[in-house]
Design a protein around this ligand. Structure first.
Ligand code: SDX
Length: 392
């Protein structure tokens, strides 16, 4: 066969590595970062604290967290020439494509962060991407919105400053309801890591060639963009809007989702690992009710989402296949209530997943993992003699 005798499409039954970062139990719907449950972390920690925990393995002391944040702030500037690259994109460019490109472009302006080997060099690259990525994410939005690009106010918290960079308007006082910042902080924590999912596996395999942290993250952004993965949070809202425009008949869409001839799938449902409720979806569903009621927003698509969920939980097709709402099913309803445009939903997922990607890349490099290079079962032609063109 010249290769292997069996393959495992989609790596459904393949373990790619040993990792001490995130624990999933798909049968029981358990998710823990470095042993701490996401229920506790979402309730008691803040995003930068969780980022530190994921990357370095322990909850930081007050001093450690302050130093981490200070080092990140120190590295939050982006070379002005990056704006010229951003200017080259049409306003219609999807921000995930912009972000993947700009994250790769960072290498050109930070050459020392390419092939890092020592823990100190890794730390420097880590605080650089943690500092610059929120800026690039906000800039990708502001470019589409035709707003000036800036750095917000570095004296604010990590998440609050991201919000300011996204939403402050020229010549207007900036202020934000703490509930809004807390909602974003919680969502970022819930997206922070998820063991060897598609985009994290991409980050690890690109990083395994020692291509460097920034381009490994850029590859992860590209993988996350797909509607079967992080892109689902945008696809869910588009689906809910379609159902609303169509008169709100969820049953019709449920039947479409079950029709093998129809490519339509119920976006935000199903998961490779969770064969029970995605614990993140449970928390986000409650948060959606809290955020919308505290902001006095009544969004009809939330009711449609709940209707779909109820129907699916009583439908044998979904129950037999253990298809439950996943992290992407309710998150977009909160993003929308916070004024985040739908094209920015998956960039929000990327901003949350950044520390997880970094943690997994760092672990892979510190464990000196070999370059990722799977084999195949060859199914092509056997040996053939070359045929000169005049005889073809
Ligand atoms: C994320 O891996 C991670 O951890 C990812 C993630 C993370 O934090 O990194 O959790 C984030 O990506 C969440 C998933 C977001 N994607 C979506 O919501 C898109 C819709 N979901 C599906 O495309 C699907 O459920 C996947 C991609 C999530 C999982 O696909 P699998 O594991 O390859 O399962 P499958 O496609 O083989 O489906 C098994 C069966 C099939 O039916 P049968 O062939 O057995 O008859 O279930 C059906 C599928 O047709 N099915 C669905 C469905 N999902 C699976 N049918 C209708 N609607 C769906 N959403």
């Amino acid at each position: 066969t010249g290769g292997v005798t069996t393959i495992d499409p989609g790596f459904k039954n393949t373990g790619s590595c040993e990792s001490a970062i995130t624990f999933l139990n798909g049968e029981e719907g358990i998710l823990r970062y470095r042993g701490y449950s996401i229920e506790q972390l979402a309730d008691k920690a803040d995003f930068l604290e969780v980022a530190y925990l994921l990357i370095f393995g322990e909850l930081p002391t007050k001093q450690q967290l302050e130093k981490f944040h200070a080092d990140i702030k120190e590295q939050s500037h982006v070379d002005e020439d990056v704006k010229k690259i951003l200017d080259g994109f049409p306003k219609s460019a999807h921000p995930m494509g912009v972000l993947s490109s700009l994250t790769s472009a960072l290498v050109a302006f930070n050459p020392t962060s390419v092939n890092v080997d020592s823990e100190e060099e890794m730390y420097n690259a880590i605080v650089k991407i943690m500092g610059k990525f929120p800026v690039l994410t906000a800039w990708a939005h502001r470019k589409r919105a035709g707003l000036p690009l800036d750095y917000g106010n570095n004296n604010l918290g990590y998440v609050e400053n991201f919000h300011k960079m996204m939403f402050h308007r020229p010549n207007r006082e900036y202020s934000v309801d703490k509930k809004v910042v807390d909602a974003i902080d919680k969502l970022l924590i819930l997206h922070a890591d998820h063991e060897q999912n598609c985009s994290t596996s991409t980050v690890r395999i690109v990083g395994s060639s020692h291509a460097g942290l920034f381009v490994s993250i850029s590859a992860g952004i590209a993988a996350l963009w797909g509607p079967l993965h992080g892109g689902a949070n945008q696809a869910v809202i588009e689906m809910l809007e379609e159902i609303k425009e169509d008169g709100g008949d969820t049953h019709k869409f449920m039947e479409k989702a079950k029709d093998k001839e129809d490519p339509f799938r119920l976006m935000g449902f199903g998961h490779r690992v969770y064969k029970n409720f995605d614990p993140r979806a449970k928390i986000i569903k409650v948060a959606a009710d809290d955020v919308l009621s505290s902001l006095g927003i009544d969004d009809p698509v939330l009711d449609i989402a709940k209707g779909l969920e109820k129907e699916a939980l009583e439908d044998s097709y979904f129950v037999d296949r253990k298809l439950y709402p996943n992290v992407d099913f309710y998150s977009g309803i909160i993003y929308r209530a916070l004024g985040i445009p739908v094209e920015m939903f998956t960039p929000m997922f990327a901003l949350g997943r950044l520390p997880g990607w970094i943690a997994q890349w760092r672990e892979m490099r510190l464990q000196k993992e070999p370059i990722g290079r799977p084999r195949q079962v060859y199914t092509g032609e056997t040996f053939r003699e070359f045929i000169p063109v005049e005889k073809r």
